[in-house]
Write a protein of this length. Structure first.
Length: 366
């Protein structure tokens, strides 16, 4: 098949949608499919032809808007549901579709993908997110740009973003730990790992990932450096605005590779779904720094409910509070034991390769 990937590139290229697109491109390519991706240049992935998309208006070098409690509000405040951006994004998708001629559009969170699939009559496979089913109330004005574009394209308007999901031929989500609050959803397939499940060896390393936070980066860098500069164990950090450095013992990495968590004893992160997913799969205790954002607060609630880690409010983050919470996590065997139980169960379940096989079954004949 010829598959066009369309990831959500609203935040840094290290967000979970980009990491999932990278994993899907790799797996689809190994299965013999031809892959293309429609993104801005900074979010290219290997094994995929590139088609340029407009840069989101929310991309700022030193500031990320705080994630809002409702998904619709979050897109609105980042101007990702504004008419000018959506119009430009849809036109870019139309160009990619015309040149690449895909057999399938694989949507990873871009509103314009649904519109392109409907107007150009392409099969649509859509990634959804468990957090989307727990989003909060929002104002009607947040959908103005979307409904204006839908009207222009002679499609019916919507009352909520969830209405767009019904247009997909296949929907899928990743749940490393089943959430009974979601239940059985029509046409939505559940998988566990966003990567191919491989043997994993834990170690003494502390892995830290901040890709979703809205904290000022200079403050965040100072907190991390002060808390762990004297560590007697290796520390690997991905943080926006920092380039690769040699371990001293802190090693800053420029990108999040699939092996980012190798050798991890604990992981500190800010609610990145890919990092949460891989920690849960491999039994790594998590310290989640969260705010009231629709996705970050949901992930924190899962970590807290299943006791696979500790959560800390971003507003109260200091060098002392971060280090003390980290020490509480590593000194309590309860979290290790709980994570190990979930990991032993999860390693026998489905991963990204199973998703690709199911995509082949549903769409190869069409």
């Amino acid at each position: 098949m010829r598959v066009l990937l369309v990831p959500d590139i609203s935040r840094a290229s290290a967000n979970s949608s980009f990491l999932l697109a990278r994993s899907l491109a790799r797996s689809l390519c190994l299965h013999g499919h031809k892959i293309a991706i429609c993104t801005p240049p900074y979010a290219k992935v290997k094994n995929a032809s590139f088609y340029r998309a407009p840069e989101p208006p929310s991309i700022f070098p030193l500031f990320i808007p705080a994630q809002a409690p409702a998904m619709e509000t979050d897109l609105y405040q980042c101007r990702l549901s504004s008419y000018p951006y959506l119009r430009a994004d849809l036109d870019a998708l139309y160009g990619a579709v015309k040149r690449f001629q895909p057999d399938l559009l694989l949507d990873l969170g871009r509103i314009a993908t649904v519109i392109a699939a409907r107007t150009k009559h392409f099969p649509l496979c859509m990634h959804t997110d468990a957090a989307q089913y727990h989003t909060n109330a929002f104002q009607g004005k947040t959908l103005y740009g979307i409904n204006r574009l839908l009207s222009e394209e002679k499609l019916e308007q919507i009352l909520r973003l969830e209405d767009l999901r019904s247009y997909a031929d296949m929907r899928f989500l990743f749940e490393p730990i089943p959430d009974p609050r979601i239940g059985e959803m029509e046409k939505c397939l559940c998988y566990q790992s966003m990567e191919t499940i491989r043997p994993f060896q834990s170690g003494a390393k502390l892995c830290i990932c901040f890709s979703e936070t809205s904290l000022p980066l200079f403050r965040l860098h100072r907190i991390l450096q002060s808390a762990f500069a004297g560590a007697h164990y290796p520390v690997r950090i991905y943080c926006m605005g920092k380039h690769h450095t040699a371990p001293t013992p802190i090693e800053y990495v420029k990108t999040i590779r699939p092996d980012f968590l190798n050798g991890a004893r604990v992981c500190i992160h800010d609610g990145n779904p890919w990092v949460f997913n891989q920690c849960a799969i491999y039994g790594i205790p998590q310290l989640v720094i969260f705010n009231d954002g629709w996705r970050r607060s949901y992930i924190a609630s899962i970590v807290r409910h299943y006791q696979i880690g500790i959560v800390q409010d971003e507003d109260n983050l200091t060098m002392a509070s971060l280090y003390e919470t980290y020490r509480a996590l590593v000194s309590d065997d309860h979290y290790d034991n709980t994570c190990r139980i979930f990991a032993q169960h999860g390693l026998h379940r489905s991963d990204i390769d199973q998703l690709v096989q199911d995509i082949e079954k549903q769409f190869s004949k069409k």
